[in-house]
Unconditional design. Structure first.
Length: 165
């Protein structure tokens, strides 16, 4: 079994019966893979980060009674680090993935791998996030929120005409 598949198996075990979280991670994975391939970046790292990006959500709910992004950014890296260490993933990958998780709601990072996760998560969460940006036109939304050309292309292909132009 390849490494991302092993990480996925651990993520699914960790989330247990929480199909909503598993489904979200797999949707982000699918889009992040497309972006990473088109943008010619580290595909394995992007896959691992996509699978684990929300891994701290259960601990956030337990500790803070909230699933807010700022709490996920605190709680996610230790859980992800444990999973990746158990799989003997190299330290450089572990650190990069943990940095992505620690910034994936605030946007406080700018590597191509991070941008793949950022865009994929924004695209998957579009229906929930767009109302907060309803003052933006479709073009402005995609240009201001998304970071990769591939992410913008995917978003336009899926959402053109849904938001105001």
């Amino acid at each position: 079994m390849n490494l991302p598949a092993q990480v996925q198996q651990k993520m699914q075990t960790y989330f247990g019966s929480d199909q909503r979280r598993i489904s979200h991670a797999l949707q982000v994975l699918q889009i992040a893979e497309q972006i990473a391939v088109a943008e010619k970046t580290n595909l394995q790292l992007v896959k691992i980060a996509a699978i684990l990006h929300d891994i701290g959500i259960h601990n956030s709910q337990r500790r803070y009674n909230s699933t807010a992004g700022r709490y996920q950014q605190i709680e996610g890296p230790p859980v992800a680090r444990k999973i990746m260490t158990e799989l003997d993933i190299d330290n450089e990958t572990i650190e990069h993935v943990c940095d992505i998780i620690a910034n994936h709601h605030s946007g406080g990072m700018n590597t191509m791998e991070f941008n793949c996760i950022w865009d994929a998560d924004r695209i998957v969460n579009f229906a929930e996030e767009y109302p907060a940006h309803a003052n933006l036109t479709e073009t402005d939304y995609f240009d201001q929120i998304l970071r990769t050309q591939t992410g913008k292309r995917i978003a336009r292909a899926n959402y053109t005409g849904i938001i105001k132009s």
